[in-house]
Write a protein that binds this ligand. Structure first.
Ligand code: SF4
Ligand code: SF4
Ligand code: SF4
Length: 196
């Protein structure tokens, strides 16, 4: 198999959270390192043991546990922003690889839970530590469909960031998604004010 084809085949087996826990700058760079034989098959915590098994089968390498230095496999968790403490700095938006956060400068931000891959990348940049990762009761495990959508959103974002400056702020989430998320956030804020 040609190397680019192998990279794409491996990439299609990866969860596409783009979390960088493998030590590479996203799923495709890890896929490339695997194709080139410079990375081991057990570096993807979101893929878990099932992911290692798929890579083992494809690449003919022995199964091994996920490398704990990369992180622990676990249930999907999504980011939730404490909107009372958010200062609207936009740093989380800049860190999110799949455009799952909406908000504007100096306005509270909110997460589109259905878009969140649980990558944790928005946590470190938040200057007021107001983002928490939570398990969603009844949330299904990460599926192939989730991975396809996350990959699409990631690639759209990459294209937008590579575009001329004027195009970079073009929204990727649909207006309806964004308006619904902001309306929900405002309703939650009103409800909190009503309680206090
Ligand atoms: S999901 Fe995270 S750890 Fe797994 S390959 Fe993608 S970036 Fe690496
Ligand atoms: S909201 Fe945070 S945890 Fe969710 S995908 Fe974006 S950066 Fe990752
Ligand atoms: S990084 Fe934190 S404070 Fe800044 S916009 Fe995001 S949630 Fe709000």
């Amino acid at each position: 198999m040609a190397i680019e084809q192998l990279v794409d085949t491996i990439n299609a087996l990866l969860p596409q959270t783009q979390c960088t826990k493998c030590g590479y700058d996203g799923c495709k760079p890890y896929a490339r390192a695997l194709a080139e034989g410079s990375a081991d098959i057990n570096r993807c915590p979101p893929g878990g043991d099932a992911g290692v098994a798929k890579l083992s089968q494809l690449l003919g390498k022995p199964i091994k546990p996920v490398d704990p230095e990369c992180g622990e496999p676990g249930p999907l968790r999504v980011a939730v922003i404490d909107e009372q403490h958010c200062i609207g700095c936009t740093l989380c938006i800049q860190a999110c690889p799949v455009d799952a956060i909406v908000g504007a400068n100096k306005r509270m931000h909110t997460v589109l839970a259905d878009w969140c891959t649980g990558c944790d990348l928005c946590l470190p940049p938040c200057p007021v530590d107001c983002i928490e990762m939570v398990e969603v009761p009844g949330q299904p495990n990460w599926t192939i469909e989730n991975a396809l959508l996350a990959r699409h959103r990631y690639e759209q974002r990459q294209q937008r960031l590579a575009a001329p400056v004027d195009d970079k702020l073009a929204p990727v989430a649909s207006e309806a998604d964004k308006q619904a998320a902001v309306a929900n956030a405002l309703a939650r804020a009103r409800a909190r004010r009503g309680q206090s």
